[in-house]
Design a protein around this ligand. Structure first.
Ligand SMILES: [Cu+2]
Length: 69
């Protein structure tokens, strides 16, 4: 199990929190998601063999947000 902190641009309200945490939380292998609007970060507990960081990042981008490298 890994914990990854992903910096994301464009999240500004509870709608964004729900969209991102819902989409990331639905990925197989993800066991926890928390979104911090203050720091613009998404913290994800995941099994890296099942849900890679790349998979998680592309899901966030599919929701319309920009992942900051
Ligand atoms: Cu929003």
């Amino acid at each position: 199990m890994a914990k990854s902190v992903i910096k994301v641009d464009g999240m500004s309200c509870e709608h964004c929190v729900k969209a991102v945490s819902g989409a990331v939380g639905a990925i197989a292998g993800v066991s926890g998601v928390s979104v911090d609007l203050g720091t613009g970060t998404v913290t994800v507990d995941h099994d890296p063999d099942e849900a890679s960081v790349e998979t998680i990042k592309s899901e966030i981008e599919d929701q319309g947000y920009d992942v900051v490298e």
